[in-house]
Design a protein around this ligand. Structure first.
Ligand code: G3P
Ligand code: CA
Length: 312
């Protein structure tokens, strides 16, 4: 018999010490704060991707601003969700004779592909008055404009939109992106401390390429497909991505995927949380975000309403 088991008092003292040490260890574990990504800026309140939307996102304390990225005819990355310009600008009024041919979208009618216009032409468009008259005069930003506006004040969460479209036109969108990130030093450890950058795309090849070209920058694979949240697929994604971003309906359908992704070392981010969601099943967008963050356990989310983000 050892000395420790022969002396109950000593045994209890050692046991107590071990409990205290273990508790201290648990308490010392930092709780990782949940993160709000302003989806196209604070786009619930201001026209998406304009300076007004990005500035408001930062005033509302969003952790990240999300620029979706398109490419102009003269190979400049600019901030726009759609491949075409007509939904969020007055392009049909300014360039009535320049609709693009052979463009198919979910919307019927004529389309003006952003890649058919130079950056100077795109900058000449009004990108605010479609939202409300008070935003008339807002313009489309280049990605460089967005970097200059946000850097040092919030993080950047750029999405490489439609790399395949640009590839079919001989344009390497991923290379343009890698070049501008490097030129601005956004991939350096010092910069990432003050201006975190996380790259996102639905395009697996794009994520694989940035994993090689910008290894210091976290990258997240976007999906709305059941087959992307299986155990095997998540393990495969973890070899080149640092996170997975399933659409919220996919997480609601497979809530166990959150723990599965975390076990594989991936962060989990979801989209899109908006107060004007027509299919809203919660009393408010804040209640919906609370459920996904604190009950389902996701790490971050894209929202049009950063002012409603529930922090603890
Ligand atoms: O990028 C995450 C989320 O924004 C995906 O939806 O279509 O708004 O880019 P979308
Ligand atoms: Ca996006």
């Amino acid at each position: 018999m050892t000395t420790i088991t022969r002396s109950p008092l000593l045994f209890l003292s050692v046991l107590l010490a071990l409990v205290v040490i273990a508790s201290a260890g648990i308490l010392a574990q930092p709780v990782k704060p949940k993160q709000a990504i302003a989806h196209r800026g604070a786009s619930g309140y201001a026209p998406e991707h304009t300076p007004a939307a990005y500035k408001l996102a930062m005033e509302q304390k969003a952790d990240f601003v999300e620029p979706d990225l398109a490419v102009s005819k003269d190979n400049v990355l600019f901030c726009m969700h759609d491949d075409t310009l007509e939904r969020t600008t007055n392009v049909a009024e300014i360039f009535p004779n320049r609709p693009s041919s052979g463009v198919r979208t979910r919307q019927p009618g004529k389309h003006w592909l952003g890649n058919d216009f130079t950056m100077a032409e795109i900058k000449s468009l009004d990108a605010g008055k479609w939202f409300t008259p008070e935003f008339a005069g807002q313009h489309i930003q280049t990605f460089q404009d967005a970097i200059d506006l946000v850097r040092g004040k919030a993080g950047l969460y750029p999405e490489l939109k439609s790399p395949e479209l640009y590839k079919s036109r001989g344009v390497d969108q991923v290379k343009l992106f890698v070049d501008i990130i490097r030129k601005n030093g956004l991939d350096t450890p010092e910069s990432l401390k003050t201006t975190p950058v996380i790259i996102q795309s639905f395009d697996e090849e794009a994520i694989r390429r940035v994993a090689v070209d910008l290894p210091t920058v976290p990258r997240v694979f976007l999906t709305s497909k059941d087959e992307d949240v299986t155990e095997a697929r998540i393990k495969a994604l973890a070899k080149f991505a640092t996170g997975i971003a399933p659409e919220k309906a996919l997480i609601a359908k497979h809530p166990e995927m959150v723990a599965r992704a975390h076990a594989a070392g991936l962060t989990v981010t979801s989209w899109t949380f908006r107060a004007d969601d027509k299919d809203m099943k919660y009393p408010s967008v804040k209640a919906e975000m609370t459920h996904f963050l604190y009950e389902l356990g996701i790490d971050a989310l894209f929202t049009n309403n950063p002012d409603q983000f529930p922090r603890r």
